[in-house]
Design a protein around this ligand. Structure first.
Ligand SMILES: [Zn+2]
Length: 308
């Protein structure tokens, strides 16, 4: 489904739910026909003549944002420089995901797939895992793409992943914030390159930009004045801060990672699979990493405790 935001800027919504393996794309029908992210599915892209897209900008490497890359054969593909190697090196891809920690955190090898291959909808053309995508180049923070009438600025918003970017169209006050998505369950930071400190700084950057229109990867369009965007962003941030507080309270007494995860036990939205447990542990590990860095927590052997 297409939702026109301005005469040239169009949200491409997946035909199914805007959840993994799908995400929103933003189509800019300018002199240089441009699309941000490639996860809206083949059915949705039929409405925008994907053969004519000349520029594909990727917010980050996650499967639900890139899986439609084969639909854009003429597009020059650009990604953040921090993740450029993820598309040419399977080892680099594997390192970024953090899946190599599976045995360490789960005590056994992975036996379950997130989804079996036949469960994928027909309009998702590739399957999860390493994608060998030829990049035309990569961008860094504040890099501009001049498309004709519109100009897009790449904004580094790390934390979800190290090379996670948003895209700002200043003339419209429109920010595409990717997986800083205002999901009711809060942000996801369960990958090896996720970082809680970076995530909080990226959220502060969105607040400082104070966008008039906020487009995220998995939700509807937020617009002022109908929506209080800043309030929604602060509530989203507070989910992370409140979790950090709960962890800190648990650590008045020393606890292991597993002990902390079962004591706080609040990762709604992850479900009940092996993956849910793995990512709950990864996200808790990311909080501990952050709190060790800020001096609030110390580690002794396998246990963590609050530093007073
Ligand atoms: Zn993501």
């Amino acid at each position: 489904m297409l939702i026109r935001i301005t005469p040239q800027i169009i949200l491409v919504r997946p035909e199914g739910k805007t959840l993994y393996p799908y995400s929103n794309s933003l189509y800019i029908n300018d002199n240089i026909k441009t699309i941000i992210d490639a996860g809206a599915g083949g059915n949705a892209y039929q409405e925008i003549a994907p053969d004519h897209i000349e520029l594909l900008l990727l917010s980050h490497y996650h499967f639900d944002h890139i899986n439609g890359w084969p639909f854009f054969p003429r597009a020059s593909v650009y990604t953040g420089k921090e993740e450029a190697l993820v598309y040419s090196s399977p080892e680099e891809y594997f390192t970024h995901t953090g899946r190599f920690r599976w045995r360490e955190l789960m005590g056994q090898d992975k036996t379950e797939k997130l989804r079996s291959p036949q469960d994928f909808p027909d309009d998702v053309p590739v399957r999860p895992g390493f994608q060998n995508i030829k990049l035309e180049g990569c961008f860094s923070d504040k890099q501009q793409f001049n498309l004709g009438q519109n100009s897009i600025q790449a904004l580094r918003l790390p934390g979800h992943t190290k090379g996670h970017y948003g895209f700002y169209i200043e003339e419209e006050g429109l920010l595409f914030s990717g997986d800083l998505d205002l999901a009711p369950q809060g942000p996801w930071y369960g990958g090896e390159s996720s970082d809680v400190g970076d995530l909080l700084e990226s959220i502060a950057r969105i607040i400082a930009i104070n966008p008039r229109i906020l487009v995220t990867s998995h939700r509807r369009v937020f617009k002022k004045p109908e929506d209080n965007i800043i309030k929604a962003v602060l509530e989203y941030r507070d989910i992370v801060l409140e979790r950090e507080d709960r962890i800190l309270k648990v650590l008045k007494h020393p606890a292991t990672l597993d002990g902390i995860v079962s004591a706080i036990g609040d990762f709604p939205g992850l479900g009940r699979s092996q993956y849910a447990t793995f990512y709950a542990k990864m996200m808790t590990h990311k909080h501990l990493e952050h709190m060790i860095k800020t001096g609030q927590v110390k580690k002794l052997g396998n246990s963590y405790y609050q530093h007073s």
